[in-house]
Ligand binder design. Structure first.
Ligand code: SF4
Length: 369
């Protein structure tokens, strides 16, 4: 049965699959970029980012010649910024080692930063029609259901079984159509919730469908509650400018520009006091009641205004971050706060820079005008 699994998918893709994605039928660079952007992110979200990115960096030499900051500015809002950093690092390796030409062998591709076995295989299959199996999130779900493979797909033994099935089902020809068919089936019919088994081309021998186990496969990993952390972001404004700091290259929001970040509001206020921002008599301050003590300890200049804004939550893969923004409008720009790696930027210019999504939302809501 597995032998005609691929043929049914290929026929289905030709009739019902997606044919108008801008990276379809394109060269390895475009396929690579799309594959990286599509990790953890849906096609509809990726499309505008992809178009803007390709317009700015039309080929590998252009990407390699850009600074990391320019690249991250085009990644800003897409999340998982290590993808953008790795993409840029890989482009520079390709420029140096392969004269700007995308390497032609799987072994060379899989060594590049940010490219794993499945992504390298997808590039080889889609760009050069090499007969290679992929195993991304969509394919894992389809195979776990169609073959009836239980166990969390992240477990080594389960993953090995899935790779085995992925290899065994490869067609002899039309590999690019088949790879696209797997992606399309997982994204449009065999979805995580409410799969459309009634119109699925492989329902006849789908173990999960035939056995009434669709909702239990693939086995969900037992999710522990995400740890929660708190932080305060200080929106330090002078006229239409905001103070931003470049974050270290690794860790959350690595390499992006952010307002100064603190453990909590009190730490932000203590820092403001240390930097000598408007420490005179305590008027013109609004601080939450529970921070009244901080307010009296760290009053700001009567010409400046400090406001504690609505706390909100941003979810990362491994934890939740509760962010309390503090907005402090300064009447004078203190030179002391500007360190190496920080700069004052006009808010509208900052919105074009490499900033994380929650910071973009804060700037749009609280810092414009
Ligand atoms: S029949 Fe349903 S569960 Fe099985 S592969 Fe098709 S969509 Fe997925």
């Amino acid at each position: 049965m597995t032998s005609n699994f691929s043929q049914r998918l290929i026929r289905w893709q030709r009739k019902h699959g997606r044919h108008d994605l801008p990276w379809q039928g394109a060269d390895a660079y475009h396929v690579w970029l799309s594959e990286i952007m599509l990790q953890q992110t849906q096609v509809a979200t990726v499309l505008p980012y992809y178009q803007r990115f390709i317009a700015a960096f039309p080929d590998i030499p252009a990407l390699a010649a850009a600074t990391e900051e320019q690249v991250l500015a085009y990644w800003s809002g897409l999340g998982y910024y290590a993808r953008g950093r790795n993409l840029h690092a890989a482009a520079r390796i390709i420029a140096d080692k392969y004269h700007g030409e995308f390497p032609r062998s799987f072994e060379q591709i899989v060594e590049l930063p940010g490219i794993g076995r499945s992504t390298a295989a997808a590039i080889c299959a889609l760009a050069w029609h090499e007969r290679r199996a992929i195993l991304d999130g969509n394919v894992k779900r389809v195979l776990a259901r169609h073959c009836g493979i239980a166990g969390a797909p992240g477990e080594k033994a389960v993953e090995a079984l899935l790779w085995e099935q992925a290899e065994a089902r490869l067609p002899l020809r039309d590999i690019a159509v088949y790879i696209q068919a797997q992606m399309d089936l997982g994204a449009t019919l065999c979805t995580r919730n409410s799969p459309k088994c009634g119109i699925c081309p492989v329902q006849d021998d789908c173990v999960a469908f035939q056995g009434g186990r669709v909702s239990e496969l693939p086995t969900r990993r037992l999710r522990k509650a995400k740890p929660e952390r708190r932080t305060a972001l200080l929106l330090l404004l002078h006229g239409s400018d905001i103070l931003l700091e470049k974050r270290p290259g690794s860790g959350i929001w690595g390499g992006l520009w952010c307002p100064p970040q603190f453990e909590d509001e009190a730490a932000a206020l203590a820092w403001s006091a240390k930097e000598g921002i408007g420490i005179t008599s305590g008027s013109g301050v609004y601080i939450r009641p529970e921070h009244a003590l901080s307010a009296s300890r760290y009053p700001v200049n009567s010409e400046s205004r400090c406001e504690s804004l609505q706390t909100f939550t941003h979810s990362f893969t491994h934890f939740k971050l509760h962010i309390t923004p503090l907005r402090l409008r300064l009447s004078h720009r203190p030179q002391s706060v500007q360190q190496a790696g920080s700069l004052w930027l006009d808010v509208e210019t900052a919105l074009q820079a490499a900033i994380p999504k929650p910071v973009r939302a804060l700037l749009e809501e609280y810092c414009r005008g």
